[in-house]
Design a protein. Structure first.
Length: 149
């Protein structure tokens, strides 16, 4: 199970490296239909990724992004959460291993198989990292924001 979560986290973090913003007209109808059926997203920004299409939008004041594959299946849902909503185990790791970093953003990520991971964006000076943790606080991946651009 642990190996699966690591592979899953690496898969999704690597998708950021190849994401390209695209016009809604370039998104297949079945992918758009999945978004409309599942969520009431307004002001959707679409990106093309290796796993399909990412729809990013705000709902009830929170940033949400869905990765939807070409068959119209939701692969991943990432929802912005309050920093304080991160599990205590993750907050402890951040306090210990990233004490000189500022926690900028937090998100809860739910995969298609309902596996849950958490993202913490931390920053110190020019260094910004996206850290992906499992629910127990184990660091699964660490990506520099520079790597995403």
């Amino acid at each position: 199970m642990k190996q699966f979560l690591v592979v899953l986290a690496l898969l999704f973090s690597s998708q950021w490296l190849v994401a390209q913003k695209i016009a809604a007209s370039e998104v297949p109808q079945n992918v758009k239909s999945t978004l409309v059926k599942s969520y009431n997203g307004k002001g959707v920004v679409w990106s093309k990724e290796s796993a399909g299409y990412e729809a990013s939008y705000k709902q009830n004041g929170k940033e949400i992004s869905l990765v939807i594959d070409t068959s119209g299946k939701i692969v991943e849902t990432e929802t912005e959460i309050e920093k304080s909503e991160l599990p205590a185990s993750i907050l402890e790791v951040l306090k210990t291993d990233y004490k000189d970093y500022k926690l900028e953003e937090a998100a809860k990520i739910v995969a298609a198989d309902n596996a849950i991971t958490y993202e913490a964006e931390v920053e110190k000076g020019e260094d910004t990292f996206d850290l992906i943790f499992d629910s127990a606080g184990k660091l699964l991946s660490k990506e520099s924001k520079e790597d995403h651009n």
